[in-house]
Design a protein around this ligand. Structure first.
Ligand SMILES: [Zn+2]
Length: 322
């Protein structure tokens, strides 16, 4: 195990330099104007923390530590100045680790953490966590839960009520089979702000659009829902093309409209399917027909609105804690 993580050490001097540039960026360089780009979905992990479960040596290149210095060069290449880091382990400890990492990393504007929604004390835990201004959302790992009806369990209602009454976003890590259940949650909690991760992972590999297409449309008819334009390439064949992704992206655009789609890299998972830069370039091609302001909204403005990260200046947070 040790040997396998050690061989992943590959940070070059140049990458550390880029990271240093972020650390010493001036407030004007990090201006939160309407053109500010946000990667609204990526992860960091440190294998030795040991609570990831799904992350095993079988995942090859993903079975490495991925930390801020590894992400910084990608952000710099695409003029992305802020990010939202998303949980990857179903533990409170990982959420604390991400909040600490975010505090030390000026480009991270928010954390989507994890809480056990079914636990009797969930509302108290959520209230406690949300006292940290860097926490912007919560994500149970619905796709990994054996019971497809878990979202409908009445024991989750207090957690959803607490989210509904707060500014926190519910990040829905769902598969197509969960969409009808998610729709029920949205109907029960009409003020809940929902971000569907990865377009609910449609069947791109099988080139199948139904019944995903109608279920996405039903969810998108609720105004508090948004959808992440992320994670699609890992649902496609390894030799994916833009043409293969286009029907899914076009449908998400038609259903949610350009004001409710938010771009995310899903780095480092995206490394399994061509990598960060290829997905970013494909996104630009897929959104070519939009106006510049619609496209930049998807690449940043919509995420700022959803997660409220216009109110969070990482530089201020860093100085508060240093
Ligand atoms: Zn992810």
């Amino acid at each position: 195990m040790q040997g396998q993580t050690r061989k992943c050490i590959r940070k070059s001097g140049a990458e550390f330099c880029l990271m240093a540039q972020y650390r010493h960026a001036t407030p004007t360089a990090r201006n939160h104007d309407s053109m500010s780009r946000i990667d609204a979905h990526h992860h960091f992990w440190r294998i030795a923390r040991g609570d990831y479960g799904w992350l095993t040596p079988a995942l090859g290149t993903l079975y490495c530590d991925f930390e801020p210095a590894d992400l910084a060069p990608h952000l710099a290449r695409h003029a992305i100045d802020r990010t939202i880091v998303v949980q990857a382990a179903p533990t409170k400890a990982e959420t604390r680790y991400l909040l600490e990492t975010a505090r030390a990393t000026p480009f991270v504007a928010g954390v989507v953490g994890w809480v056990d929604f079914a636990a009797p004390g969930a509302p108290g835990v959520i209230d406690d966590l949300r006292s940290d201004p860097l926490l912007v959302g919560l994500r149970p790992m619905v796709q990994d839960i054996r019971d497809d009806d878990w979202l409908l369990d009445p024991s989750l209602a207090p957690a959803f009520n607490t989210l509904e009454a707060s500014r926190l976003v519910f990040d829905a890590l769902v598969l197509p089979r969960h969409l009808s259940r998610l729709l029920t949650v949205i109907e029960r909690h009409p003020a809940l702000r929902v971000a569907i991760d990865h377009g609910a992972k449609p069947f791109i590999r099988e080139a199948r659009l139904d019944p995903w297409r109608a279920e996405i449309r039903a969810i998108a008819s609720h105004p508090h829902t948004m959808c992440k334009l992320s994670g699609l390439v890992t649902e496609a064949t390894t030799d994916w093309t833009v043409a293969q992704l286009r029907p899914y992206v076009d449908h998400l655009l038609a259903a949610f409209g350009p004001a409710r789609l938010i771009w995310g890299s899903d780095w480092p998972v995206v490394n399994l399917a061509g990598g960060y830069d290829r997905w970013f370039e494909a996104t630009l091609t897929l959104l070519e027909h939009l106006t510049e302001s619609e496209r930049e909204g998807i690449l940043g403005g919509n995420a700022a609105r959803l997660y409220g990260c216009n109110r969070i200046d990482p530089l201020i947070i860093v100085s508060m804690h240093s």
